[in-house]
Ligand binder design. Structure first.
Ligand SMILES: Nc1nc2c(ncn2[C@@H]2O[C@H](COP(=O)(O)OP(=O)(O)OP(=O)(O)O)[C@@H](O)[C@H]2O)c(=O)[nH]1
Ligand SMILES: [Mg+2]
Length: 220
């Protein structure tokens, strides 16, 4: 498996048609891990691989008849240094950026996170999430203009009571998928070409396979 976590082996192992990588950014203790746990526990079966630096959650879902394998990446610790290792961003398809409505500094730091994200991934969809609204529901009347200014989708959520959590993650998966299929990012195009090339050469070697590539986005 390479640093991006995207591998044919995973696709086979999980019997998936498509794989996307979604990363989570934001200051320490804003609730990134709790949000992931909340989403993954809502009736789904997470598989958790932990290292000291990061947790990778594998999640599968079906969208339009296709099995989608989602790699959710969560960090532990690195964000305290206000910067992530480049491999964290590598080949990611969407980003969930979280702040804590109870701690203004975590909102003020969003532009820094966003800047770093854009250095590595200029085009991927980014969702802005205001967490912990359960602590004081009145905060939902406040305006947090960062997302609007950047033209990013914005959600008020609570990992504690579950408000909007499923919505955020489902939207993120959808956006990651459409990004993967339609991106004009040069490096992504190169990667897609390489993947196609790989598929084609495999088809040539196994002519007994009757299966068509219909419905697969990269068969054209
Ligand atoms: N009231 C409330 N507390 C929350 C919510 N989400 C997380 N917390 C609390 O905030 C603290 C930090 O949550 P984590 O999920 O560990 O935060 P994190 O962003 O993963 O933090 P790091 O791993 O250090 O980067 C914990 O004590 C949680 O219980 C929420 O929606 N509401
Ligand atoms: Mg965490």
């Amino acid at each position: 498996m390479d640093a991006g976590g995207i591998s044919d082996l995973d696709l086979e192992k999980y019997d998936a048609d498509e794989q996307v990588k979604i990363i989570c950014l934001g200051d320490s203790a804003v609730g990134k891990s709790k949000l992931m746990e909340r989403f993954l526990m809502d009736g789904y079966r997470p598989q958790q691989l932990s290292t000291y630096a990061l947790t990778l959650y594998k999640y599968t879902t079906t969208i339009n008849g296709q099995t989608i394998l989602v790699d959710f990446w969560d960090t532990a610790g690195q964000e305290r240094f206000q910067s992530m290792h480049p491999s964290y961003y590598h080949k990611s398809h969407a980003c969930i950026m979280v702040f804590d409505v109870q701690r203004k500094i975590t909102y003020k730091n969003l532009p820094n996170w966003y800047k770093e994200l854009r250095e590595y991934r200029p085009e991927i969809p980014c969702l802005v999430v205001a967490n912990k609204i359960d602590a004081d529901i009145k905060v939902t009347q406040k305006s947090f203009n960062f997302a609007k200014k950047q033209g990013l989708p914005f959600y008020f959520v609570s990992a504690a009571d579950g408000t909007n959590v499923v919505k955020v993650f489902k939207d993120a998966i959808q956006m990651a998928l459409s990004y993967k299929k339609n991106s004009n990012d040069f490096m992504d195009e190169v990667m897609r070409e390489l993947e196609n090339f790989d598929l084609e050469s495999k088809e040539e070697t196994s002519d007994k396979e009757e299966e068509t590539q219909e419905g697969k986005p990269d068969s054209a």
